[in-house]
Ligand binder design. Structure first.
Ligand code: HEM
Length: 218
């Protein structure tokens, strides 16, 4: 595709196939078909904690960055919601049980590195997670509520509830406009799209490791 297409189109096309792979990964499919127990959902949620910690701990530093700044919005923040979910799913010991899988640690380290050294790379990781959460995340929430009898939009699935975003469709539209306004052109485009491909494959790596951990037990 020509790099004259809007950036939001470029990044979506660049990751389309990997999106399908992530969505249909064995772990995600098994989880959403009810083949794994709630402890797999708990373990998956605990991995997200490391990802969002990495994404959100740099918010203050990046808020004034000309590239990343427009994307840093408090209404997206997920870490506090994840902690409520983990306390609900894991009980009082959730913090002691919070251990990153090797693939999760690598993913969080990459986000951290981008946040510190490459704002456009950070934006890519931000897009991969938050725009996904606002879209397919809603499918996961509905299924999780039914499968494990979790309170609707309550503790256990608060990660998927963006209470401060009243109109997700409008929010996503504006988000894509911000992507299209990024001053990324010419030879800068491909490395950024490569980072998006990496972001998706790092998510798939986490699913693969979770799949290895849970298919054996269930
Ligand atoms: C069961 C798993 C998943 C389901 C059911 C799902 C479903 C969806 C759906 C329905 C959309 C909306 C597409 C549209 O706007 O037309 C979407 C968008 C998106 N998803 Fe997923 N998804 C899943 C997993 C993932 C994963 C693992 C990631 C990456 C970490 C991800 C990242 C994204 C992104 C970034 C978008 C926005 C695409 C764009 O419009 O630019 N999704 N997803």
């Amino acid at each position: 595709m020509l790099d004259t297409a809007p950036f939001s189109t470029l990044i979506r096309s660049a990751t389309e196939q990997q999106h399908a792979e992530a969505e249909h990964s064995t772990f995600m499919s098994d989880l959403l078909q009810g083949k794994l127990g709630v402890e797999a959902f708990y373990r998956y949620t605990s991995q997200l904690w490391f990802v969002y910690d990495a994404l959100e701990k740099h918010s203050a530093a990046l808020a004034s960055d000309p590239i990343a700044g427009p994307f840093v919005k408090p209404e997206l923040n997920r870490l506090a919601a994840l902690e409520i979910d983990l306390a609900h799913l894991g009980g009082a010991k959730w913090r002691d049980e919070l251990v990153a899988l090797p693939s999760t640690a690598a993913y969080a380290a990459r986000i951290d590195e981008c946040a510190r050294t490459w704002p456009a790379g950070y934006v890519v990781h931000h897009y991969t997670r938050y725009l996904g959460d606002l879209s397919g995340g809603q499918v996961i929430r509905g299924t999780a509520e039914k499968l494990w009898d979790l309170p609707k939009k309550g503790d256990g699935v608060r990660f998927y509830v963006f209470g401060d975003i009243s109109n997700p469709a409008a929010f996503k539209r504006e988000y894509r406009e911000n992507l299209d306004a990024l001053p990324i052109a010419g030879p800068e485009v491909e490395p950024v799209l490569d980072e998006a491909r990496l972001a998706f494959s790092m998510n798939t790596d986490v699913f693969r490791e979770l799949g290895a951990e849970f298919s054996a037990r269930n």
